[in-house]
Design a protein around this ligand. Structure first.
Ligand code: SF4
Length: 413
């Protein structure tokens, strides 16, 4: 029995390719090698790796993760940043990834190697063949170029990806391809947030990690994607006499125009109203972010501020900036257990703006604690994305399953 090393670029390209390769080479041991320092940003890389790990686990294929040597990758394509896809940059990128794969193939005593890139409808098979054969030869390994796209293979690949509810990326991988594919609209793809902002890559990765864990315990899982109205703070703050005042922006606050200098015009209860642009400052004992319980629609620019700064705010001119953005995004809900379980316990998958939320260890602990009850159908756990922005995930889940979530665990106090 020989061995074949398969360079894996992502789970959707791998799922059908690996299945077919195993059918065509039933006597060979197949080893997956995820080596993709071309994937930017790192959160996207982790997400694609996580899904590859889940796929290989399901197929019973051993997976090795290569190094994320992104700096060396960036140096290797220097000067080729403006090349189109399938151009010279992609040839260098294939050489880079396949050469390291060939090296590993030789170290592991493999007779042959190949790559799941061959499955990608956007990649050129002749270009991959040229690169693969060149590097494999240098390491004394044979390069296989099966064309599993033909004969309905591409459609079958999409079907399997859908069935497995795999994360489907919408760009090839590198920052240069991202610029071209999204015509410069890449800002949010490259921004990392503290915690797990609703609809972010961090939130998706969290859901996928919990899913992989639940599947490793042979629990039934189901994932639902849903659209929602997202809200983000681009910049904002409050100053008095040029000194910043601690504050948190209330979700769904709209932007203010420019830098506003205003005075407190009115105080009603614990709310101070400034005399410009409907700005509100809400005095609170304990300055913490809080989830939006219900969608209230766009609200006036509203900040939470600590009570002890009230005097300062009442007796001085206040400076305020705030730039927020509303956009359509997608998030997900993960059901662990049966949807007809007697009791449904909801867990927020996202974190608040200040980064507080349920940790992976806490969720894994809950799954373990309830393992037998989940198996008996007494309880199911529902991990809900974007919960902090008016509970869109919970509402979506309840609508499509016709079930009410009985109890929702709060964000840590
Ligand atoms: S577009 Fe894709 S294949 Fe081409 S260089 Fe970028 S990551 Fe590599």
């Amino acid at each position: 029995m020989g061995r074949i090393l398969v360079h894996i670029c992502c789970a959707p390209d791998a799922v059908y390719f690996l299945k077919r390769l195993r059918e065509d080479f039933p006597d060979e041991e197949i080893i997956g090698f995820f080596y993709d320092p071309n994937i930017h940003p790192y959160e996207e890389y982790r997400l694609r790796y996580q899904e590859t790990e889940r796929t290989c686990r399901q197929l019973g294929i051993k997976l090795i993760e290569g190094e994320y040597d992104v700096e060396r990758w960036l140096r290797s394509v220097k000067g080729l940043e403006d090349e189109p896809e399938r151009g010279k940059r992609c040839s260098v990128c294939f050489d880079f990834r396949l050469e390291r794969s060939a090296q590993v193939a030789r170290e592991l005593g493999c007779d042959a190697m190949t790559t799941t890139l061959l499955m990608s409808p956007k990649k050129s098979i002749p270009q991959l063949k040229e690169s693969g054969e060149k590097v494999a030869k240098a390491y004394g390994v044979k390069f296989l170029t099966p064309d599993y796209r033909k004969g309905g293979g591409t459609q079958e690949m999409f079907r399997l990806s859908r069935d497995l509810e795999l994360y489907q990326q919408d760009y090839c991988g590198c920052i240069y391809g991202l610029f071209k594919q999204k015509e410069g609209e890449i800002f949010w793809d490259l921004v990392s947030f503290r915690g797990r902002r609703p609809g972010s890559k961090e939130e998706t990765l969290f859901v996928k990690e919990v899913r992989t864990f639940a599947e490793s315990l042979s629990l039934p899982v189901r994932e639902f994607e849903f659209p929602f109205l997202s809200w983000k703070v681009l910049e904002g703050g409050i100053w008095v006499n040029r000194e910043p005042v601690p504050s948190i922006v209330v979700p769904f606050s709209q932007s203010v125009r420019g830098k506003v200098r205003a005075d407190v015009e009115r105080r009603v209860g614990n709310t101070l109203y400034l005399n410009k642009q409907f700005i509100r400052l809400v005095l609170v004992k304990d300055l913490k972010d809080r989830p939006l319980e219900e969608i209230t629609g766009v609200t006036s620019p509203t900040f939470l501020v600590p009570e002890h700064v009230m005097e300062k705010l009442l007796t001085n001119r206040v400076e305020v900036t705030l730039r927020t953005e509303f956009m359509q995004e997608r998030s997900r809900v993960l059901l662990i257990g049966r949807d007809d379980a007697k009791r449904l316990i909801g867990i927020p998958a996202d974190t608040l703006q200040d980064g507080r939320g349920v940790s992976g260890d806490q969720v894994r602990g809950l799954v373990r604690e309830n393992l037998e009850r989940i198996k008996r159908g007494e309880v199911s756990l529902v991990l809900m994305g974007a919960q902090s922005l008016g509970r869109p995930g919970q509402r979506f889940f309840e609508e499509i399953t016709g079930r009410k979530v009985d109890e929702v665990l709060s964000y840590p106090p």
